[in-house]
Design a protein around this ligand. Structure first.
Ligand SMILES: Cc1cc2nc3c(=O)[nH]c(=O)nc-3n(C[C@H](O)[C@H](O)[C@H](O)COP(=O)(O)OP(=O)(O)OC[C@H]3O[C@@H](n4cnc5c(N)ncnc54)[C@H](O)[C@@H]3O)c2cc1C
Length: 329
């Protein structure tokens, strides 16, 4: 592992300044939350920062603040704390369930929401040091290679899938991210934070150098709203979603007034399926309607040679999740 300097900021502005200062001196920089992803990348020499800006020393970023307008979740709040937070569980179940589905209790204890959203892809070509698009090369080896776990939507030129469990939940819950950088701060809707490889194949989100994700705002749940997150794994624990679905429904007298369905594990960004949402709005959710929505959810799928199995998996996951969520008291 290459040696690096640890920088301990006092606050968010100081973190940004330390990063900009290091870049100004031609030194490479990474931000660290819990370090559960970053340090493995450093050990495996996939990234080699000269400076690690350790966000854990920033005071106050590990708080969840509940107000009438919604929740503000600091970037350092751990996945375990989110999973156990009573207001998150009551009003934004999709987020609590997504956080609780990540990896293992040990990783959820150190892993932060900021790091979860900003984690790098888990494509085996990238993680094994192939000179792929994510490693500074100009080829995506999964396009014609081992693509069992890759994208069936939105792929090209890279076919990674976005690995975060909380990201689909946050898009479905209509969250907004507070991003802080040298030029000040900006609020970015979660739905616009993640970027497709066709727009920039080297990165997964809109963060510029020296910018950090400081907090997440989740708007208050409207009356009649319920949400959930379901995840399919290729083994029972320790791993990312093969396919997942975050669903938010607003029901009034049993009729669906609003639906947001966002898929994980199937695209380079959390993948919203408005075709499926349209099937539901204005209707009572029956098993037959849920099956139609599942069908609509995969209508735009473009599987690769070895991941066609994700199409029926996604169709059935959407159907089952809708039936279960609509039946919840
Ligand atoms: C065995 C194993 C299984 C895993 N399974 C899952 C899983 O099932 N689901 C899942 O979603 N994840 C999984 N992960 C990935 C990851 O460890 C967790 O998602 C964790 O939440 C990452 O948080 P962290 O704070 O440790 O991130 P870090 O390792 O600190 O950071 C991750 C990345 O985000 C950047 N970063 C961190 N915080 C910020 C910030 N505030 N602003 C800007 N950039 C930032 C870092 O520079 C780094 O590139 C797994 C990891 C391992 C090792």
């Amino acid at each position: 592992m290459k040696s690096f300097t640890n920088a301990n900021p006092r606050d968010v502005a100081h973190a940004v300044a330390l990063s900009a200062q290091a870049h100004g001196a031609n030194r490479s920089v990474s931000f660290a939350g819990g370090g559960s992803d970053l340090l493995a990348l450093v050990k495996d020499r996939i990234v080699a920062p000269d400076v690690i800006v350790n966000l854990k020393t920033v005071k106050g970023l590990d708080q969840v603040a509940a107000a009438p307008g919604g929740l503000t979740v600091g970037a350092l709040v751990t996945l375990d704390a989110l999973d156990r937070h009573p207001v998150v569980r009551r009003d934004h179940a999709a987020l609590a369930e997504a956080a609780g589905s990540v990896a293992t209790p040990q990783i959820r204890n150190v892993g932060t929401i900021g790091g979860n959203i900003c984690q790098r892809p888990w494509c085996w070509y990238y993680r094994n040091g192939f000179p792929c698009l994510k490693n500074g090369g100009n080829t995506c080896f999964s396009a014609n290679g081992e693509n069992q776990f890759h994208a069936i939507f939105g792929g090209g030129p890279s076919y990674i899938v976005h690995p975060s469990d909380t990201a689909p939940a946050l898009v479905a819950l209509d969250a907004t991210f507070r991003v802080v950088g040298p030029a000040g701060e900006r609020m970015v809707p979660a739905a616009e934070f993640f970027i497709l490889p066709r727009d920039d194949a080297k990165r997964e989100n809109v963060l510029a150098p020296d910018e950090i994700l400081a907090s997440v705002h989740v708007p208050a749940a409207r009356r009649g709203t319920r949400s959930t997150y379901h995840k399919i794994l290729d083994r029972e624990a320790w791993t990312h979603a093969v396919v997942s679905a975050a669903i938010v429904l607003e029901l009034e007298g049993g009729v669906c007034r609003l639906a947001r369905i966002v898929l994980g594990g199937v695209a380079p960004v959390p993948w919203r399926v408005p075709e499926a949402e349209r099937v539901l709005v204005g209707q009572r959710i029956t098993p037959e309607l849920a099956a139609q929505a599942g069908e609509a959810a995969v209508s735009g799928a473009r599987p690769l040679a070895k991941n066609g199995y994700k199409v029926p998996l996604t169709r059935n996951l959407v159907r089952r999740t809708l039936v279960e969520l609509a039946a919840r008291a």
